[in-house]
Write a protein that binds this ligand. Structure first.
Ligand SMILES: [Fe+2]
Ligand SMILES: [Fe+2]
Length: 233
């Protein structure tokens, strides 16, 4: 098994554009393609990807040795437990298994092997039907998704022309732009952009006329993540 490294230096800031026809790579399963965001390892890998299931495709039954987190970006993902429509946020803890498929096709944001020890509670959140809370500044709304061991994941909605305070991320920050256009003093990030800001990075984010909806995770790069066994392949 070849080891594949993509954006594997977590001290580096990374910005990856939305998937385009050239950025998709085949998976071991016909009809399932990946747009790699970061990846360390072979077929068993610590990986963050956008995964596209063509209509009628399925993926082999597998066990999540290090846990699986995903957000359904479009379409409906299914496994033997049920259907997960657009907006579903799911965490399958280490040791769980399933046989996924998609009848009509779907696109997911997926993170594998990014759990810490003891994070064993399955999560199922229908974000399209869940409540928002006011954020720290006017124009900001927050939907917490998960928090464990200093790692926090949320959806954050930015009204047009919202400006947040300058802040530092001791444990780094990861953002996927779900709607609109997110901005900070380092750049502009249209819908579909993924960015990874390293530990102790600092920025002052804001939005323009479009506003934005983002998935954001902080603290991950300071966390003691479960390690894939060296012999796993
Ligand atoms: Fe899975
Ligand atoms: Fe930030």
């Amino acid at each position: 098994m070849n080891t594949l490294h993509v954006n594997a230096d977590f001290e580096q800031r990374v910005v990856v554009n939305a998937p385009d026809p050239a950025s998709w790579v085949a998976s071991p399963q016909p009809g399932v393609r990946r747009h790699l965001l970061d990846r360390v390892g072979g077929e068993v890998a610590r990986a963050t990807s956008i995964v596209r299931y063509d209509a009628g495709s399925s993926f082999a039954r597998h066990t999540h040795g290090g846990g699986e987190e995903f957000l359904v970006l479009e379409g409906t993902f299914s496994d033997e437990d049920g259907d997960y429509p657009e907006g579903s946020y799911v965490r399958n803890p280490p040791g769980t298994s399933h046989a996924p498929s998609s009848r009509d096709g779907c696109t997911l944001f997926v993170k594998l092997w990014q759990f810490t020890a003891g994070d064993n509670v399955p999560v199922r959140i229908a974000t399209r039907e869940s409540a928002w809370s006011p954020g720290l500044v006017p124009g900001l709304s927050v939907m917490p998704l998960h928090e464990f061991d200093g790692v926090s994941t949320a959806l954050v909605r930015w009204a047009p022309n919202t400006r947040f305070n300058a802040h530092t991320h001791p444990g780094g920050e990861e953002i996927l732009v779900l709607q609109g256009r997110f901005r900070d003093e380092h750049g502009e990030y249209p819908v579909g952009t993924w960015l990874r800001n390293p530990r102790w990075s600092r920025h002052t984010p804001f939005t323009g006329a479009e506003g934005a909806l983002i998935y954001v995770k902080v603290g991950l790069f300071g966390a003691a993540l479960l390690q894939p066994a060296a012999s796993a392949a």
